[in-house]
Design a protein around this ligand. Structure first.
Ligand SMILES: [Zn+2]
Length: 175
């Protein structure tokens, strides 16, 4: 398979941030995707950076990857919000199946509460990319970056997360 790893957000709009630890979603996921890509031994891998949000689905489609995984961190007005989610396009059974695989890996690796998988439509958060990519696509939200406790839990388990996500990717079969 060819696996697309998408770094959420971009250098000029870095997404949510953790103020205490002075890090943004973009910075965190750029390093994370690099580390994960180096451990993908059983599939071809392509790192995909966002230029503009409008052009992103076409950029992804042009890679002809078999599965697109975009890396984000959650954020909330509620500073106590905590846990892991995976988003998929609600009309994609293959996306749903991959989402189920990855939410299990995330919960086992990070140890935060599982908030489940969320079937999005095109107008939901992340839905534009999920609905307009021609291959199955999922968005990983392993923790809330604006919650210090979630962030610290994730960082303490970062190596495990990288190993387990890469192992899960290595063992994927094309649906
Ligand atoms: Zn994000």
């Amino acid at each position: 398979m060819k696996i697309g790893l998408g770094i959420g957000h971009c250098i000029s709009q870095q997404g949510a941030r953790n103020i205490t630890h002075n890090i943004t979603e973009f910075e965190l996921n750029k390093n994370l995707c690099q580390d994960i890509s180096e451990k993908i031994t059983d599939h071809e891998v392509v790192l995909i950076y966002r230029d503009t949000y409008v052009d992103l689905p076409e950029k992804i489609n042009l890679t002809n990857c078999d599965l697109y995984i975009e890396f984000h961190c959650n954020a909330s007005e509620n500073s106590k919000a905590s846990g892991s989610e995976v988003l998929y396009y609600q009309w994609s059974p293959k996306g749903e199946s991959y989402a189920n695989t990855f939410i299990k890996t995330i919960i086992e690796s990070v140890g935060l509460p599982g908030r489940g998988i969320i079937g999005c439509n095109k107008n939901d958060r992340g839905g534009y990319v999920l609905a307009n990519t021609k291959m199955p696509a999922i968005i990983l939200e392993p923790f809330f970056i604006d919650n210090d406790s979630d962030y610290e839990t994730f960082i303490n388990n970062r190596d495990t997360y990288i190993n387990n996500i890469s192992n899960t990717i290595n063992s994927l079969v094309k649906l």
